[in-house]
Design a protein around this ligand. Structure first.
Ligand SMILES: NC(=O)c1ccc[n+]([C@@H]2O[C@H](COP(=O)([O-])OP(=O)(O)OC[C@H]3O[C@@H](n4cnc5c(N)ncnc54)[C@H](O)[C@@H]3O)[C@@H](O)[C@H]2O)c1
Length: 261
């Protein structure tokens, strides 16, 4: 189950957090993994760790907001590994702030990474995947949305706006690629609060004490804990693998039951 042997994957924002766990799990499941990120030292170290434990990974420096970077990443991926089977659009940034205090610069930064980055990743992944034969396993694009793309938030409306955008862009991509006859699937993953450097930042700016954070997590979702990056990575691996062959345009919620009530 959930094997991706011989497949080639790009994971944007793959140097740490959910992307890092995903890159390591895809490699463990048999893929050659291209880790891309702005964080060069972390990305390089993870690639070395994966290679050291018998997997195959390379790190490429990458700013997902720049189209020229995407062109370089895709060209190097195809040149090095011969194609692209799996694109994980994971790179994202978070932002807290009430709407009336949010600046246009804050807004542009969130949209540049969370929306433009996913658009460019999808555009260039489709170009690399579109000549795939109809009889092969489908290529798979997996986009990181959030529970914030499903329900509203009192503290991060613009972030929610970007993640809601990723949710519907995913569904439109799924429809469009089939209409154009491409053997590509596209699905979104919606994590709840998950332990990562991004979550550390969310908690650090929340003004909650450690005890308040613990109490908050115990009641926030049905399972009473934060997600771990590996919890999310397993859902991404499933969508990347042929075990999800009948899924496209779907949203997979991994949130400990947060959105169940
Ligand atoms: N952690 C959570 O609670 C949570 C919940 C829901 C959704 N998500 C989403 O999951 C994804 C991963 O989040 P995470 O918690 O691992 O965050 P993280 O901050 O730990 O990791 C995000 C990675 O993206 C990279 N990145 C940011 N901007 C970039 C850019 N312009 N170009 C290239 N790389 C860039 C960062 O350097 C970092 O390595 C994000 O899209 C996030 O919105 C996270």
């Amino acid at each position: 189950m959930n094997r991706v042997d011989g497949k080639v994957a790009v994971v944007s924002g793959g140097a740490r957090g959910i992307g890092g766990a995903t890159a390591a799990l895809l490699a463990e499941a048999g893929a050659s993994v291209v880790i891309t990120d702005r964080l060069e030292a972390d990305g390089q170290a993870l690639a070395e760790e994966i290679n050291g434990s018998g997997g195959t990974a390379v790190f490429l420096p990458h700013d997902v907001t720049l189209e020229s970077d995407w062109e370089r990443v895709m060209a190097e991926t195809v040149q090095r590994f011969g194609g692209l089977d799996i694109m994980v659009n994971n790179a994202g940034v978070w932002g807290r702030g009430v709407i009336e205090e949010t600046t246009v610069d804050d807004f542009d930064q969130l949209c540049a990474v969370n929306l433009k980055g996913v658009f460019l990743g999808t555009k260039h992944a489709i170009r690399a995947m579109r000549n795939r034969p109809a009889t092969a396993d489908s290529a798979s694009i997996v986009n990181l949305s959030s529970t914030a793309g499903l329900v509203g938030s009192a503290t991060s409306a613009v972030y929610s706006m970007t993640k809601g955008g990723v949710r519907l862009f995913t569904k439109s991509t799924a429809i469009e690629v089939r209409a154009r006859g491409y053997n590509i699937r596209c699905n979104s993953v919606h994590p709840g609060a998950t332990e990562s450097p991004m979550q550390d930042d969310i908690l650090a700016t929340s003004n909650m004490s450690p005890d308040e954070i613990k109490a908050y997590m115990e009641t926030r979702n049905l399972l009473g804990r934060f997600g771990k990056p590996i919890d999310i990575a397993k859902a991404i691996l499933f969508l990347a693998s042929n075990d999800s062959a009948f899924m496209t345009g779907s949203e997979v919620v991994v949130d400990g039951g947060y959105t169940a009530r």
